[in-house]
Design a protein around this ligand. Sequence first.
Ligand code: DHK
Length: 158
Amino acid sequence: MDMVALTLFFLNGPNANLYGLDPSGTYGSESFAAIRARCLAHAASLGVALDFRQSNHEGVIVDWIQEARGKADAIVINAAGLTYTSIAILDALLAFDGPIIEAHMSNIWKREAFRHHSFVSRAATGVVAGLGALGYELAIGAAAQLAAQGAQAGVAEG
Ligand code: DHK
């Protein structure tokens, strides 16, 4: 499969920059910079361009999702704490015409109940959670494959 011309946006939300520094260890010991480097290397190995960004600000993430329209073939997003609160991010994602993979480092369903409802999921083609940075690589691979196939919908869509 030729994925050379594809561009993916990987958008990270609030506090993702603290991965590896969190004393609870919830997100492992790998720093955000190391995770970013790993994702860029993985994308390069697949022959896709990856634009990997992080912001602590909801409006910035909305702007980036809007920027992805016409610039990106697929989006991978970990909206972090905004996953459970942001209808603005959901609306922006719903206006994006391409595959969207929702990614979380942790298994959000194993955690507090307030993390069990994701607004992002309403727009997501698929979800990867609980696999740490490996899950990020899988999310990049899935986004690239789906974009290469021109697919938007995942399986078993309601
Ligand atoms: C990251 C966060 O920062 C949390 O707010 C989410 C998500 C979970 C993660 O697992 O990557 O609840």
